[in-house]
Structure formats: structure tokens, C-alpha cells
Design a protein around this ligand. Sequence first.
Ligand code: GDP
Ligand code: MN
Length: 379
Amino acid sequence: MNLHEYQARGLFQAAGIPMLDGDVASTPAEAEEVARQLGGEVVVKAQVHAGGRGKAGGVKLAATPAEAAEWAEKILALTIKDLPVTKVLVVPAAAIASETYVGLIMDRESQRPVFMVSAAGGVDIEEVAATTPEKITRLAVDPRYGLLPHQAMGLAFTLYQDFKQVRAAAKIMGQLYHAFVDNGASLAEINPLVATSSGEILALDAKVVLDDNEVGRRPDLAVLRDESAEDPSEVAARRADLSFIKLHGNVGCVVNGAGLAMATMDLVKYYGGEPANFLDIGGSSNPEKVVNALRIITADRDVKAILFNIFGGITRTDDVANGIVAATKEFKVEVPIVIRLTGTNEEEAIEILEGVGMPALNDMDEAVQRVVKTAQEAA
Ligand code: GDP
Ligand code: MN
């Protein structure tokens, strides 16, 4: 689950990371009021689940409250990476002497939290990572001991020369590590961490992605979910208890089991198609889940054909067949459907589907080739 910057700041500030106090606003008038209360120069920042806001015109300096209102109006009208901006954060402007990058991710390869830090921080960090990766220092943390003081100092020395600044940055890394672990994050990032012209070290940006499994058992974190900032189909899927990820192809996929769903997407691509989604309807799929899945997938205008790939084990294929029939009765499915099923109760399933004129295939290769071809012809 992605957090907005203002929410991530809350977690960072609770961990003690030094940041300047600001507030969020949903209208230019509110932004002006926040700027007035802060006094002095402020920064108005778009709150969207996307990086690169600075480059997209979503981060602006304002010298007066009136200017803050003007920028807020412009930024609230922006769409950044397809995401409409509905809130801005207004914070005091810092006088920046240098920008560094401090990130922490859960790394699958080492199975540990890994720090990535770079003296070349700021809005071009992606470019740094792509072209000069040697400018990024990595350190895997052993979760049994946490970030040890000498490790934090070692990382901080790659960012600053001044010993006071090194110690300040090392302290922040320890705090970031705690914020990361205590909130079950998969990513926590400060970019930029800045040295101000008076020598202070401050975090000017905050990015956090929480592990959904952690969110599930932490009501205090679950309230941070902003469904208006998420893809509507993913919101509907979560409510229907389906594992669903929206993608950008035109072949809708309804599959039982995450592994089979991945294999199905691979095969769709292998035969020249593009999956429109990842969807795992789960082990014991009652017909209701199939109805919900079809409703979500058919709401996507890009979907030109839908593939059911069901391997009946605990899942009864006749349950799925009944779900398909129920869905087509509840609402009109205009997109062609290719069904492949095999396993538990497949004779019954085939009979149910033949009863409504929807023949099912048994072979996965054949079904995938057919759905890819159908989607291409309809596109
Ligand atoms: P991002 O582009 O989405 O990562 O947004 P950031 O919050 O990182 O802001 C982008 C850039 O705006 C930073 O790298 C800074 O260069 C600049 N910026 C942000 N806050 C301030 C500030 O308080 N003062 C100054 N002078 N620049 C700022
Ligand atoms: Mn940033």
C-alpha cells in the first residue's frame, strides 16, 4: 500500500526524523491559510502516489501566502502519471546546500532490508541509478541486530564530510530503519535528505510503501489507505477478496492459484498477447467470486477477450462454471470468453457450460493461443 508524502512524514516524525512542520490543503484558500500560519517562504507539493512530482511541476516554491494559493490552484488541477492531485502539502521552504538520497527497501535476493544511499540525491536519482550505479552505496542489514552504529556511520560518511553532519545523518538512518521495521514497510525513502545553508540535516521528502500483509493486521495503518488514489478495479477486487493487479494489455485473465495465474500470463505473452490483469480467484472459488471477477474485468474497456484458466483441485470446476453462467445472467458480457478447465468435476462443468453454448477447452496452450488471437482480431 502506497502512502502519501504527508502520511509518510507522520511515520518519519514519530520515529524522530527531523522535518519541518507543515500541513495539507485541499483548496487554494486552505493552502494560503497554511502558508500564512507558517510565515515566510513555503513549498507547495502535490500529494499523489507517484515519484517525479518535482519534474512534473508538482513542487513549487511560494514567497507569499497569495503565491501559495496560486500554485495550489495550478497543482490541484494537475494529473501526474495519470493520477489526479486532490491535496497539496504546504511546508516551510528550506535553504538547500546539498541533496543526498537515503532509501531502504526489503530486498528479495538477500532477504534483508537493504539501505541504498547516495551523495547524488535529488530529482535525478533514477538517472544516477541507471547510468552511474557506483554512486549508490548498498548495505544489507541483519534483522537480528538491526542497523549497527558503525554501519550507520559508514553509510553517513559516504554522504557528508563534516563530522557533525555525518553523525546527524547516521542518526537519521537508524530512525529510518525503525520507521521501516515498526510499520512493516517494503520501502522507506528520503529524497532529498538535505544539508541546509546553516548546516542542519533535514528530510525534505518522505516516501513509504507498506506491506499489505502488515496493513491487514494494523488498524492504525489501515486507516491510511486512500482508495480515491488507487485504481478503481483494484479497490473493487480487494473488497471482493480477490488478488488482482491491473495491467495494461487486452487479454483479461481469470485463474485459480497465483502460480497458475503467473504461468498463464507468461503464456499469453509467449503467444504474442498482453495480459490485462493478474487475477487469482483463490483456492475454493464459490460462484460469487467468479461473478465479481468478471464484473471487474469487463469494466476495463481495453479488455478484448477473457481467458478462464482453471485447474480443479480444491477448486471445483463446476463451481466456476456456475459462476460464469450466473455472471452472464446478471449482466451482459460483450467480450468473447475462452474457457479452459481441467480437474475436479470437469465433466459436470463442461455440461453446465455446453448448456449455455460456451464450450470449454482442456488444453492450456490451445486456449491461450485462441484467446490471444481473439483479442488481436477484436483490437
Ligand atoms: P519528488 O520530485 O516527487 O521527489 O518531490 P521532492 O519533494 O523530492 O521535491 C523535488 C525537489 O524540489 C527537491 O529535490 C528539491 O530540489 C526541491 N525542493 C523541495 N523542497 C524544497 C525546499 O524546501 N526548498 C528548496 N529550495 N527546494 C525544495
Ligand atoms: Mn523526492
